[in-house]
Design a protein. Sequence first.
Length: 634
Amino acid sequence: MQGFFLILITIVYYWISLPGLAGGFILDDQPNLEGLDQAYANHQLSQFIFSGIASELGRPISLFSFALQAEHWPSNPYPFKLASLCIHIANAYLVYVCCYLIGQIKNWPQRSIFLFAGTVFSLWLFHPLNISTVFYVVQRMVLLAGFFSLLGVISFLWSIKHYQQRPSKFYLVIATLGMAITYVLGILSKENAILTGLMLSVLYVFLLRKQCGNKLWDAWVIIFGILPSLLVLGYLCLHIAQHTRPDFGPFERLLTESVILQDYLDKILLPTPRKLNIFNDGFPVYKNLFDSTATIISVSFWLALSALALILRKRAAFFAFGVFWFLSGHLLESSIFGLELYFEHRNYLPSLGILIGIVGTVIELNLKAIDFSNTTKKWLNYASTGLLFSLATGYVLIYGAEISTWRSPGALAISALTERPESIRAYQDAASSFTNAGDFAHASLILQSVEKKWPGFPGTYSQIILLHCFDKHVTLPNHSAIEQRLASGRFDRGTIDAWHQILDLKKNGICPDLTWAYYQELVELLINNKNYGSQKDDFVVLLALSFNANRQFNEAAAALDKFPENRATLDFLILKAQFYAMAGKKQESLHILERAKNKFSNNLKVWLPRQDQLERLQKQVLDSVKTEQGKVER
């Protein structure tokens, strides 16, 4: 019966999700998966797997999963989205197992265990907030980290359940191995898997310790649950200067995140299509506690809610668990560290605690009603079942309405224009979608709106230049305005993408009005724009590629000198050596390769995937030098 129910729910979920599989790649998909096609064509997938830019660790497990589908990049997003959908379904089954084990440990009746696990399974599977995690391709990193985190929680629950029945240190070993898998494979999928131990500790303290806690398990939870998370968080706090952005400091981010967390909670409990959207870059930064009533209310809310959860931890254990699981799951991405402020996918595992808290509280209320009259128990049962059914039905209906906006990049962009009028990224993405669809008139109108609402961004002028390459009727700003904007305009994420696209068009003979010389002059301005310091190496490479496309090999080599080698990546140095060799400066090319080898050969993560490429280039240059020397001697 249980298996039939789960399969039926899964089939319904897949059927409702079908429109989302037809959508395209969006936003960070391109920069994170760029080069996947070349790596596949050149049989260099191992280099791609260890070349991740999303973090210092590179997230190779996630990139390995993308490499398995390399043949479909960048023309066919369907297989990528289908794989992510399957991982989410697998995660939902792991959630079911977690909840089933919790019910068994708490010695609930079988019917209550099934109702608890099945309801949480359905609510979390269909929760509309998870749509942006599942159908935003690059967020497979979150899905995989969640998969390994849930495996760790299951290993702990299974071990503590069997230890409860027959104490043995063997179960401590199993729990430890499970957490080791979580920490290694989870973190190499996405770093927030390190918080699994902290969330697991919340689960143990609030829900399990009363039934099966002892000093041995207390010590295990401290060592393998709390300590690893605290060590990582402590390390990051000691190096907070490296994780601080110029637009807001740690206190300002924490203050703003208190408001954002309240907004997340609202979306988890009462999601609506209008509330849900991936474009949230327009969220305001709060500088001071008393700048706004929003900050006063949110800080007071979280302090009061946490205090209430602690006070009621014995009488309403699931409520207390839900609050602290949610907060623990956000400690890395929604606290003081200088990441972008707002992303819905950060709630993938934290939201699970809220849902378990709600359903578990309802189940326990029913079980505690044993002393009530039969009539009262019957009506309480009807009311609780009706509440959970209504919640699940509401989620399914909202999920069905929201998934339609993911059927194409254009549909997603259009919905964002109405739902997120404060997001410049939503407007830029909409303009890009219309451009790709050949609707240049609407793309031009949107860019004009962007310029009126958000003047001063180089990305707007860059997209206008790109649009002019397609449609000569699009009016360009005058040259001095373009040059001034690119030289001193404010940073935005769309600029580098636009100039990459313009380069590709020019290499294919499109956009002749924009000469190579003027293209290079404009990219030079962006290189020297201090607001784009974090992307300086990207623009330097772009400049070199433009010279190379125009067969100006000496200039291509010289362009890469604009970025200091001591800050350069290994990929950058290999490209520099290649351009020097093409320019005929082969001894200099060999010196660059030797410096690259000395600098990176001890960094195995970076070195091993690229070693063959570097040594192959080195051999080609050496062979060329020997050939030239042989000709001279003859």
